[in-house]
Design a protein around this ligand. Structure first.
Ligand SMILES: *[C@@H]1O[C@H](CO)[C@@H](O)[C@H](O)[C@H]1NC(C)=O
Ligand SMILES: *[C@@H]1O[C@H](CO)[C@@H](O)[C@H](O)[C@H]1NC(C)=O
Ligand SMILES: *[C@@H]1O[C@H](CO)[C@@H](O)[C@H](O)[C@H]1NC(C)=O
Ligand SMILES: *[C@@H]1O[C@H](CO)[C@@H](O)[C@H](O)[C@H]1NC(C)=O
Ligand SMILES: *[C@@H]1O[C@H](CO)[C@@H](O)[C@H](O)[C@H]1NC(C)=O
Ligand SMILES: *[C@@H]1O[C@H](CO)[C@@H](O)[C@H](O)[C@H]1NC(C)=O
Length: 461
């Protein structure tokens, strides 16, 4: 029945267009950013500040990813909170989870040309508003704050208000909101864009030698997107042949010489603690031999301070710089950064670090916590029961999507619009019949083929 298939075809085309339009306008799509903060609180990864990778402009966005409903990094559902973001435009701040109940997001420092920007902001435990905190300290940026098990936030080094590289140790107690200073005896020389990680023994490991070659200005419109290309890594950057250990209990510093496959000099990388607490994993940064994507990732064995390149399977992503890395479940979760093509890679990368013998780059987030061994396919029985109903084209193969209110809106909207469109199509049909009477249209097989193949295409967002 060619007439009916033509009507169906037209209706389908119109609906497809409508769904596409809806799908594009509904989910929040953040800019590709770097130099942001990424803080994991209450199963949500909150992203704030930073710069647009494409042109270096500061981005006033605040949004989160609900990890409890994350299954596939190709289907990210960002939730926008920019309307409650009172924090002035800034970049290169540092953040942590802390506070009396260990459920508050703390933001410290950051480079901003806005003089009204407070030094410390908290995102209230109910996560409805940001609040500036009154505390007398200096502003710093390009540092990595580390929180300890008592909620003390160690803010070492970085660049300060006098645009000088610092090596002071500020300790912000997030439960009492007061400040103290740590020892500088045997502290490393001033530096910024270093890596810092808390170890299980309440020591903080810092890595990265002084950056002696630059000043690049963050503010006043100066664009630093060419930082990586113009950086002379031979001359200055961060060598990882020694690391610095700050003991938070005894307030003292120690230096360790590292051995093994020492990573090339780099800047803007991230560091995390391995799940067994016995190794540091570093990822990304601008470095000397970017041709080898496998050398974006190294591991420092803390038992002997030996670097090695781990065995990794899965699809190697392109290297990223000035991204953030958080440990969530059994994954190192990389967010945003400079160096990837969003058309090819997700804003979020997942590295399964549950097995030291082999890490795995993956796009699927496995929520089963108990199973120590990795299973590549997420079976539905392991999914959290708090899951919202699933919307899926083919339940057997595609991962479940969270059916949020917006999506319901889109579907209902599409259906309603579809009904209205049917009316429109009816008139098109009338017109078509009228044309038929004027002139006989001969069907050809080619047209039919197009119709059939188009109709088989699923309507998905
Ligand atoms: C920078 O790029 C973003 C898109 O990535 C755009 O929205 C923004 O307007 C650009 N800003 C300037 C100043 O060009
Ligand atoms: C959080 O919500 C509870 C209950 O609505 C309220 O009693 C409490 O004051 C709120 N706390 C903050 C910090 O807003
Ligand atoms: C806060 O929670 C984290 C786990 O998310 C834990 O590692 C840390 O020790 C807690 N801090 C305090 C002060 O309880
Ligand atoms: C911070 O406040 C707590 C509780 O009032 C107090 O015990 C501690 O000594 C204070 N620390 C500093 C550095 O003032
Ligand atoms: C980088 O610095 C080293 C050491 O000063 C110098 O030999 C080399 O020529 C520099 N490379 C570039 C590209 O400027
Ligand atoms: C990393 O890449 C280099 C160059 O392609 C290769 O020689 C080396 O074996 C690779 N290392 C690992 C651990 O895959």
């Amino acid at each position: 029945m060619s007439k009916f298939s033509l009507i169906y075809f037209l209706l389908w085309i119109l609906l497809q267009v409508l769904v596409d339009v809806n799908c594009q306008s509904t989910p929040f799509k953040p800019n590709v950013i770097y130099r942001h903060t990424a803080t994991f609180v209450d199963n949500k990864l909150y992203i704030l500040g930073g710069k647009d990778v494409s042109n270096g402009t500061l981005v006033k966005r605040f949004f989160y990813l609900d990890v409890s409903v994350l299954y596939d990094t190709q289907l990210l559902s960002w939730q926008d909170l920019s309307n409650i973001n009172i924090i002035p435009l800034h970049t290169d701040a540092t953040s942590t989870k802390g506070g009396v109940n260990n459920d508050t997001l703390y933001l410290y420092g950051g480079a901003s040309s806005d003089k009204t920007m407070a030094l410390v902001y908290t995102f209230d435990p109910n996560r409805t508003s940001w609040n500036p905190q009154k505390i007398t300290m200096i502003r710093k940026w390009d540092l990595t704050g580390v929180v300890d098990s008592n909620g003390k936030f160690y803010l070492w080094g970085g660049v300060n208000d006098n645009v000088a590289v610092a090596n002071d140790m500020l300790i912000l107690d997030t439960t009492n909101l007061n400040l103290s200073e740590g020892s500088l005896v045997n502290a490393p020389t001033p530096r910024f864009h270093y890596g810092a990680t808390l170890l299980p023994n309440n020591k903080i490991i810092y890595m990265g030698k002084p950056v002696i070659f630059i000043y690049f200005i963050h503010l006043g419109g100066t664009n630093d997107i060419n930082f990586g290309k113009t950086l002379n890594l031979t001359k200055g950057a961060l060598s990882l042949n020694e690391v610095y250990i700050y003991d938070t209990v005894n307030d003292n510093w120690d230096t360790k010489i590292t051995m093994g496959e020492i990573p090339s000099k780099r800047v803007g990388f991230s560091t995390i603690l391995g799940l067994d607490g016995q190794r540091i994993i570093i990822y990304g940064g601008y470095f000397n031999n970017p041709g080898y994507s496998n050398t974006t990732l190294y591991v420092l064995d803390l038992s002997n301070y030996n670097w090695y390149v781990p065995k990794i399977s899965g699809k190697n992503p392109s290297s990223r710089t000035f991204h953030k890395a958080n440990v969530i479940g059994k994954y190192m979760v990389i967010s945003f950064g400079d160096g990837y093509d969003r058309k090819v890679e997700s804003d979020i990368l997942l590295l399964d670090i549950s097995k030291n013998e082999e890490y795995i780059w993956t796009t699927k987030f496995d929520h089963s916590i108990s199973s120590p061994s990795y299973s590549p396919s997420t079976s539905s029985s392991t999914l959290s029961p708090t899951l919202s109903p699933t919307l899926s084209q083919s339940p057997s193969s595609s991962p479940p999507l969270s059916l949020n209110i917006k999506l319901v809106g889109v579907i209902i909207g599409s259906l309603l619009s579809g009904i209205f469109l049917s009316v429109g199509v009816f008139f098109v049909y009338k017109w078509y019949k009228y044309r038929q009477q004027q002139k006989t249209i001969r069907e050809n097989e080619f047209e039919k083929d197009i119709q059939i193949s188009s109709l088989q295409k699923p309507m998905v967002c």
